[in-house]
Ligand binder design. Structure first.
Ligand code: NAI
Ligand code: MG
Length: 351
């Protein structure tokens, strides 16, 4: 029997609706695979920010530090600026715990129609590896001359040899374990300092991984190819901003943003890693009980894999696949009428 202590941060909106299903699935699969979980829930959110003036307490990271992993729903609430929710919770956790890899797998499941005619089930099975702690999302910069005609804003992108190399190393090794193909997202024709540096480091890592065939594409062309020919990709590695955009696009190609999972990984395991669906708090549907819990449940499966339970992780993704392939139970975002709870019950039944 292994026991894992998991921090739960449901957050706001549908984050609070999709985490309970993920927890139910973890408990059910744990029973069959000899894994027990102790959960500690934290109410860190925009609601807390409105109430107490901060997304999380000052010692928030210390409370999480001894947990085996963190499962997060989504944060964001109309009335709290998005940069407050992001920089007050998600980014401090990602950076404080050196979760420098953001892993975002996506597939077209049997039984789910991609909006693209050319993307059939089985063809599309790719992973976006997003650099998660530096790049374009940097605190370096500032505003000058506020309120004057010469008002200005400067934001510096930060690419370090250590930071880029370690995420590329992760991506090349992952490609080696998958189909051996890697694509690097760049824009070194327009961004003339940081991205040529990125390209050089890709070539360096590529030389160290002869088992991987790699190429690079400018982000604009790459976005078009995600739509026109998503099946050609295996592992796609990208900077923080490019990876953020590409992974939402990949999720949409696979049918809906609500199905996509993500893992914020500290590969060295010095700190807990964090698992969360790609989607946000969806204020437009929050409170109606119709959010698709698939992204959160798939994220819980990624967590099981990270914690050393590949069998349990596969059982969860297989149950998700079976619901889609063998039943017509779907939440409204996938064209069905099922509630969050009905979809979750079907997953539990087929697990
Ligand atoms: P969003 O992902 O919340 O919603 C985009 C669209 O997809 C909406 O129409 C929503 O109803 C739909 N959708 C998303 N997840 C769904 C699910 N599980 N089931 C069914 N439909 C789903 O993105 P949006 O609207 O740009 O942002 C809303 C808030 O969420 C903002 O405050 C934003 O800052 C925050 N956000 C938080 C993230 C996080 O916590 N990691 C990530 C993205 C956005
Ligand atoms: Mg995003």
């Amino acid at each position: 029997m292994t026991n894992h202590h998991i921090a739960l941060i449901p957050g706001d909106g549908i984050g609070t609706e999709v985490l309970p299903p993920a927890r139910q699935v973890l408990e059910a699969v744990g029973e069959r695979h000899g894994i027990t979980f102790a959960f500690t829930a934290y109410d860190w959110s925009c609601a807390r920010h409105l109430r107490e003036g901060a997304m999380m307490p000052d010692d928030g990271l210390d409370l999480l530090r001894d947990k085996d992993a963190i499962l997060l729903g989504a944060v964001g609430h109309p009335g709290v600026p998005d940069h407050v929710s992001l920089w007050g919770l998600l980014i401090p956790i990602r950076r404080g715990f050196r979760q420098y890899v953001n892993l975002r797998p996506i597939r077209v499941f049997e039984g789910l129609d991609s909006p693209l005619r050319s993307a059939a089930a089985g063809d599309v099975d790719l992973v976006v590896v997003r650099e998660n702690v530096e790049g374009e999302y940097s605190e370096i910069g500032g505003r000058l001359n506020r309120g004057f005609p010469e008002e200005m804003a400067v934001q510096e992108a930060v690419f370090t040899r250590a930071g880029v190399t370690r995420v590329l190393e992760y991506a090349f090794a992952l490609a080696g374990r998958r189909q051996g193909r890697l694509t690097s997202a760049t824009k070194s024709n327009g961004i003339v300092h940081t991205l040529p540096f990125w390209d050089e480091l890709v070539a360096e890592r590529g030389a160290a991984h002869p088992e991987v065939t790699w190429d690079q594409e400018h982000i604009d062309a790459l976005a078009a190819k995600f739509v026109l020919d998503p099946a050609r990709f295996d592992v796609v590695v990208a900077s923080n901003l490019f990876g953020d955009i590409l992974s939402d696009l990949a999720a949409a190609v696979a049918g809906a943003i609500g199905i996509a999972p993500s893992a914020n990984l500290n590969p060295e395991r010095e700190f807990p890693s964090m698992f969360e669906p790609v989607h946000g708090s969806a204020p437009d549907i929050a409170g109606r009980g119709i959010a698709n819990p698939m992204g959160a449940i798939w994220s819980a499966a990624l967590m099981l894999g990270h914690l050393g339970h590949p069998g349990a992780a596969a059982a969860v993704t297989d149950a998700l696949s079976s619901v889609l392939a063998t039943t017509d139970v779907r939440t409204p975002d996938l064209g069905g009428t099922a509630t969050t709870a009905e979809f979750t019950d079907k997953v539990l039944e087929l697990l």
